[in-house]
Design a protein around this ligand. Structure first.
Ligand SMILES: Cc1ncc(COP(=O)(O)O)c(C=O)c1O
Length: 418
């Protein structure tokens, strides 16, 4: 059977996540995935096992410590394969915000007064503030503004900003509000023509399919594991040739010891090891749906990415269809998902009712979501939305069901009488 004909087995998927049978969670339709996702049993098991038997300082000669170190290394090797990177191009830090903050400190040394740095107003603040701060050392900050009509970042506008003075382009792979997927491959090509580097924020993209670093050709890329079915840590990818030359941000004696040079304090050991559980979940998902066993881990990930994108597209389009027909709702972003050009992260406001009020109604009806600016307040301001009231954001991943969406729609129907 070709992969196009294979449908995601949602019962299998949901059976891997204990939350769906947990008394506190099971009666809820969970739509806050862009905030943080549930974790599969494999992640919980890895974390528990590590804490039970190997929770000691790793890399000593005694067995508990040896095993701890081996598991930590294995997690890195697996994730490097999953995103098509080298082992020494992976840094595991506390969060995307921390990773980008440390990276900006390291990159400071290469920035001179008059150099230009391009940031967007579509991004989460984590990929804006650290770069805007480079103004303090004389960088000129240019803003790639989203098109107010449709919320999109348009390549033609980036072209106008790029010049031989551009040193950094910081841009999100997928907006956590608009949901649009930006063409990072094209952005990288354009930036590289000017010898600038690209920092891609993949936090809102990676939950919908682990990306291929070499194909995107970004210089740095980051995503957070707590939104990709894991614990509260984050991955920073950097091209080896760039990481090698970054000034040390860690203990002095570690100078030259990249990638630890931009990982002060090192990773959280038990959470790093629990990432093996994310791999195991995806591997189980692959084995459940596909017969061909003798292919690379990256190829397996690509097959799964297609499988989950097809499912997410059905869910996303069902909701987008409904919302587009409501004249009392301002829907943000594309009206239809086609060929993964949009994540099922769907934000909207009501014309005459506050987002807070709608959020209260949704929660009362066991729809787990919230109203917020989700730290993308520049994006909300560009849409003339009150950043305190924010948007209602419905964010789905592959474990959501059509039943979830229909439950949500039935609750949204009730708001017609308000
Ligand atoms: C698109 C995007 N970028 C960056 C971040 C920041 O991630 P972290 O919480 O790991 O710092 C978030 C968090 O919500 C996000 O949605």
């Amino acid at each position: 059977m070709s992969s196009e004909n294979i449908k995601l087995d949602l019962n299998f998927v949901r059976s891997q996540f204990p939350a769906f049978s947990n008394h506190l969670c099971k009666n809820w339709s969970f739509f806050e995935n862009a905030g943080g996702s549930y974790v599969p049993q494999t992640v919980i098991d890895r974390l528990t096992n590590f804490m039970t038997s190997t929770k000691v300082q790793p890399y000593a000669r005694y067995p508990m410590s040896k095993i701890a170190g081996k598991l930590m290394d294995r997690a890195i090797v697996l994730f490097a394969k999953m995103i098509n990177a080298k082992n020494n191009e992976i840094i595991i830090g506390g969060s995307t915000t921390i990773n980008l903050y440390v990276l900006s400190n390291a990159l400071k040394k290469n920035i001179y007064p008059g150099d230009e740095v391009i940031v967007t107003n579509q991004d989460h603040e984590a990929n804006i503030s650290p770069w805007r701060r480079l103004e303090e050392i004389g960088a000129v900050i240019l803003e790639w503004k989203l098109n107010k009509r449709n919320g999109e970042l348009e390549i033609k506008d980036l072209k106008k900003l790029l010049s031989n003075k551009t040193k950094i382009v910081a841009v999100t792979h997928c907006s956590n509000i608009v949901g649009s997927v930006n063409d990072l491959k094209k952005i990288s090509k354009l930036a590289h023509e000017k010898k600038a580097i690209v920092i891609g924020d993949g936090v809102s993209y990676a939950p919908h399919g682990f990306p291929n670093m070499k194909e995107l050709d970004v210089d740095f890329y980051t995503f957070s594991f707590y939104k990709t079915y894991g614990p509260h840590i984050a991955l920073l990818y950097g091209k080896e040739k760039l990481l090698k030359n970054l000034p040390n941000q860690n203990h002095e004696f570690l100078k030259g010891n990249f990638p630890y040079t931009i990982n002060p304090g090192g990773p959280n050991h038990e959470e790093l090891v629990s990432l093996i559980g994310i791999y195991e979940y995806f591997n189980n998902l692959y084995n459940h749906h596909f017969n061909k066993k003798n292919i690379s881990l990256r190829k397996k990930i690509e097959k799964i990415n297609d499988l989950i994108s097809n499912h997410e597209e059905i869910l996303g389009n069902h909701l987008l269809d409904y919302l587009s027909k409501r004249s009392d709702i301002n829907l943000i972003g594309k009206r239809k998902i086609e060929k993964k050009n949009r994540a099922p992260t769907i934000s909207f406001t009501f014309k005459n009712i506050t987002s807070k009020k709608i959020s209260e109604i949704l929660v009362k009806n066991k729809i787990a979501t919230r109203n917020d600016n989700f730290y993308a307040w520049r994006c909300l301001e560009a849409h003339s939305i009150n950043v305190n009231d924010g948007v209602i954001r419905i964010s789905m991943v592959h474990y959501n069901s059509l039943k979830d969406v229909n439950t949500l729609i039935s609750v949204l129907e009730k708001t017609k009488n308000l």
